[in-house]
Structures are given as C-alpha cells and as structure tokens.
Unconditional design. Structure first.
Length: 254
C-alpha cells in the first residue's frame, strides 16, 4: 500500500463535475492529494507533464481532445480512473487494480471501491499495457472495423489492405507501413494506429506494431525480450521491447 497520498489531477470540461469530484475526494485525504484541475485535454497534457501526478481522474467525452486522444500524447501514463456519463463505454478491463471506471454522477460509495483498489495496488501498468486496454476500449466503441489504411503516393491516395501489412515501424518523426510489395510513409503515429487497428495487430516495441497473422516464429531472447521473425520476403527479424513482455506472452498463451 502506498504510504503517502496519491498526487491527483482532475480532468473534466464541466465545472460542476470537477467541483463534485473535488468534494468527494475530500472524504479520502489519506488517499488523494489534489494538485490541480484541467478543463480540457490540451490543458491536461500540459499539467500532467508539468506536475507528474500519480493518478488522474479523466473524463472521456471532452470537446477538442477526448480522453483517449489525451492519453495518446503522453509518454508516461499515470494511474487512470475514467469518469463518464456514457454507460456503453463500460469494459471488464476497467475492473483491474490499475484502471478503474466511474459512471457519472459519481457516488461516494463507488469511489470507496476505487480507494480499496488503490490500497491493493502495487505497480502501475506500463504505458504499453494501458494503451492495449485502450485499444480494446476503442475497438468496441467503433461500429466499423478498420480493414485498410490510406497512404499518399504522389498526388494520389491509395488504399492498402491491412491483411497485406506485415508491420508498421516508427523512425523519428515518421511511420512506415510495410507490405511484401512496397513501403509507404504515413502521417498517423503508432499510438494513433494502436488504438484503431484490429486485434490482429500487436505492438511489440515502442517503434513497431506487427501483424500477428504474418509472424513466422517467435524465440525467447535475454532480458525478458523476444525475437520475432515475420513471414515476409525479407524474413524481417524484430526484437521486442522489455515493457511489452506481458502482452506478447498473453498473445502466445504462455
């Protein structure tokens, strides 16, 4: 159990909602120490980077930059407790000890459950794992399944079927989409892609998302990593990042 109170940031575009949560959190001074509030996603990103809170209470539906888009912009994601008035967003993923889900209007009894979860909380999930949960969250929200990706080729826009994509790789400011035939630069970031791509894709490194259906083999590597060989013309070998160990193990069922 954490000895000191969790430094906390409240993020919501509605002043009454922020005020209500602030008042509820006052019932738990040993658990939460509210540092500040943010009234929109842009302001929240700045304050999270500046204050580095342990916990954020995050409204999902906000104008301009919603809760998901906000998290995409963070390098390090704090403990996330989502707050929303929309029941359709409810997922089993939010029943974990690391991410909780509160339905508006917030109630003291429900917040007590969150406090109890935090008392059992040991280590925050990695940003990669949280983004994996958000991907599931996003895919259930989307009515249409993404089947292709649009890329620019000269003055034309062409559509690449996702089942032909072996992997996406980031290099500094750019992301390249790879197929057996050709490669293309795209404008979307890996974090944006990770939330939108179907379950056939998995992020295995901060710079790589690959197509699980086009993997030839996976070998254990030192330091909790894996070497993954793709079933493409080049037999591309990718070494996974350490923070993606749990995701890869879950995918392989080990």
């Amino acid at each position: 159990m954490k000895n000191q109170a969790y430094t906390t940031l409240i993020i919501d575009d509605e002043p009454p909602a922020r005020a209500r949560l602030q008042k509820l959190l006052e019932h738990f001074p040993e658990t939460f120490r509210v540092l500040d509030e943010a009234k929109n996603g842009i302001e929240a990103v700045e304050k999270i980077n500046q204050l580095q809170p342990d916990v954020i209470f995050l409204d999902i539906e906000m104008p301009g930059l919603n809760g998901f888009e906000l998290l995409e912009r963070l390098d390090k994601i704090p403990i996330v407790i989502f707050c929303t008035a929309f029941d359709q967003y409810s997922l089993k993923a939010f029943e974990t000890n690391s991410i909780d889900y509160l339905l508006k209007p917030l109630r003291l009894e429900r917040l007590q459950q969150t406090v109890e979860k935090l008392s059992r909380f040991k280590n925050n999930l990695s940003s990669a794992t949280i983004r994996s949960v958000l991907k599931e969250f996003y895919s259930q929200k989307e009515e249409k399944k993404m089947t292709s990706i649009t890329v620019k080729k000269g003055d034309k826009l062409i559509f690449i079927k996702l089942d032909e994509v072996t992997h996406f790789e980031a290099d500094e400011k750019y992301v390249t989409v790879y197929t057996n035939k050709e490669n293309h630069l795209i404008e979307q970031s890996l974090s944006q892609l990770e939330l939108k791509l179907p379950q056939e894709f998995i992020r295995v490194h901060r710079a790589v998302i690959l197509n699980k259906n086009l993997v030839l083999d996976v070998q254990k590597y030192f330091n909790s990593r894996f070497v993954i060989t793709l079933n493409n013309n080049r037999k591309t070998r990718i070494t996974s990042g350490r923070s993606y160990n749990l995701q890869i193990k879950n995918w392989m069922g080990i």
